[in-house]
Design a protein around this ligand. Sequence first.
Ligand code: CP
Ligand code: NVA
Length: 300
Amino acid sequence: MNHLLKLLDLSPAEITEILNLADQLKYENKHGITHHHLAGKALGMIFQKASTRTRVSFEVGMYQLGGKALFLSSHDLQIGRGEPVEDTARVLSRYLDGIMIRTFQQAEVEALAQWGSVPIINGLTDFCHPCQVLADLMTIREKKGALQGLKLCFIGDGNNMMNSLIVGGLKTGMEVSVAYPAGYEPAETVLAFARETGRFSSFDDPQKAAADADVVITDVWASMGQEDEAEKRKAAFAGYQINEGLMARAKSDAMVLHCLPAHRGEEITADIFESHADEIFEEAENRLHAQKAVMVKLMK
Ligand code: CP
Ligand code: NVA
């Protein structure tokens, strides 16, 4: 494993290795045990979109591992003025030991990896959010003991989160069901992979998708960059909400996850959000541990 560009690139064994290391790093973190695995190393973090969790968890994670993280807003980089990604990749590779990038196009992340010579970590594109889903898998495994055989259900937009959860869930042996309105399908490459497994189902009725689920997950209806579609999307996704009625279809001990930020009253009710807040904020914390594991794997 040289990069983390998308979960489709990882084998089930590689995902499990990251989750195991993340658990170990979390244990060490809780017990005050410090290992400076990345002493003297520097991670560049290129952001073309806003971030709270990704930025802070990568920066703190790098600090805890003995390295340094540099916040590089694309507004201030020459890349924002049109310097080609091929050149940016080759220059930054000469200073840095790894690059995390949050941007729009998956192709830009893949180009960084192609032209650069240091590990590239995808911190979210329109296509996928692998770091988030590694933290999600870690959280589910922590609460449920294992992933194999569980049913993961995602309700909402066929966006970066749905794409990555389908792949991550299926690669770790889960059954995955999704529900989305027509016109908001997940990516075709993801669907092609999913259908092959025989453990994937998709519905337009969220009630059907949620039946007997062990984990129910959603995300915002309008992602970053889609703000001008917010009203249209509100209409399209009405009915695709995690609420009491929907949770009644899932298992009685079902977890609820949300990558955050959440829009209460839209994709999830305030009641369901608050009654699962422990899980949702553990999920947010696990970004730190899962990403430290990714950085150690790629950069040590
Ligand atoms: N979930 C997530 O990636 O959060 P941020 O956008 O705050 O980084
Ligand atoms: N789908 C959301 C996830 C935010 C972490 C977005 O892309 O804005």
